[in-house]
Design a protein around this ligand. Structure first.
Ligand code: NDP
Ligand code: OXD
Length: 308
């Protein structure tokens, strides 16, 4: 490919830049110019894409594309999101881990170990617990199936009706009913105008309070913009929720003075639920650019009117 035709822009790690350069050689650039045909981006600067007159496609280095769509001057070229078994597998691992940490009271056992206490604690089985997943797309559906295999009851909140074997489906007009039977809420929604600030005090108050875990659990690996952290902190303080696992935050990195850091029953991870092997990212971009060069349609193109 022509020198400088693939721009890497935004928060790209050294490992990613090295692997892209190894694969594409001097086609890779970090300097915007009129030779750029493809942009590979993670949180690019606003207005940058509009400065690339020959741009043919934008590749998001993640499954989420809110970091690209926030640009009001985004040119009208296909925006491709990252869909890959490596990413899906990692998200399944994280969601399973969090559901089991809360089900098996691992935080309580950590405390007991620290205090040298040998005592078995009561706990329900997965069969007695209902996990409600918001968003049954690529990631949500894979997690739903994995949770079913662990014998959890699983329900999913969706926008457009669909059937998934063994999963109770609720369309958004039945959201309150979905929440009322949910013990563990897992968010795997994209960040859009509809989902911004969705996990707030009002939503939390609708979750099943008298379930088998001593209160509802909130698990968010979608986007931090979908949660109201002040409301989550209040719910942890008052015991309205029994625990949370959060991988994403309103502001990232999570500010050092956030109260969320200090709750024993809050498990926090630094937006790594599905941190992806950079070689899978390179292979994905190579596959998609190959499609453009052969005149084939791109895969995983975002529907801009939906925002994901
Ligand atoms: P998909 O686009 O495959 O799925 C999104 C799903 O959300 C679809 O099922 C869609 O429904 C549903 N949806 C959208 N809006 C609503 C709404 N208002 N109410 C109910 N359902 C809705 O995305 P992925 O599964 O690949 O990824 C989901 C999100 O996970 C990403 O957008 C990203 O924000 C986050 N993510 C986080 C990572 C991390 O490391 N923490 C890593 C990767 C992704 P429908 O099918 O009807 O349109
Ligand atoms: C993604 C992410 O969207 O890392 O892939 O959050």
């Amino acid at each position: 490919m022509k020198t400088g035709s693939i721009l890497l822009a935004g928060a790209i790690s050294d490992a990613e830049r090295d692997l892209f350069t190894r694969e594409f050689g001097d086609a890779i650039t970090t300097t915007p110019s009129e030779d750029v045909r493809f942009a590979v981006v993670w949180k690019p600067k606003l207005g940058l894409m509009a400065q690339l007159p020959k741009l043919e496609a934008i590749f998001s280095l993640g499954a989420g594309v809110d970091h690209v769509l926030r640009d009001p001057d985004l040119p009208d070229v296909p925006l491709v999101r990252f869909v890959d078994p490596d990413l899906t597998g990692r998200m399944m691992e994280w969601v399973m881990l969090q559901c089991l940490m809360h089900l098996r009271r691992q935080r309580d056992y950590d405390t007991q170990q620290r205090d040298h206490i040998w005592e078995q604690l009561p706990m329900p089985t997965a069969r007695e617990v209902t996990v409600g997943i918001m968003g049954l797309g690529t990631l949500g559906e894979a997690c739903a199936q994995a949770l079913r295999a662990l014998q959890f009851n699983v329900r999913g909140l969706v926008r457009s009706a669909k059937e998934v074997d063994g999963i109770d489906i609720f369309t958004i007009d039945r959201e309150d009913k979905f929440l009322a039977g949910t013990d563990m809420l897992v968010n795997l929604l994209p960040l859009t105008d509809d989902t911004r600030g969705m996990i707030d005090a009002s939503l939390i108050s609708k979750l099943r309070a008298e379930g088998p875990l001593g209160g509802p659990i909130i698990i968010n690996a979608g986007r931090g913009g979908s949660q109201v952290e002040a409301d989550i902190a209040d719910a942890l303080r008052s015991g309205t929720v029994a625990g949370v696992s959060l991988d994403v935050f309103e502001i990232e990195p999570l500010p050092a003075d956030s109260p969320l850091w200090d709750f024993d029953n809050a498990i926090l991870t630094p937006h790594m639920a599905a941190a992806t092997d950079p070689s899978a990212l390179v292979a994905h971009v190579k596959r998609q650019i190959g499609r453009v060069e052969r005149g084939e349609v791109l895969e995983h193109v975002v529907d801009r009117s939906r925002g994901y």
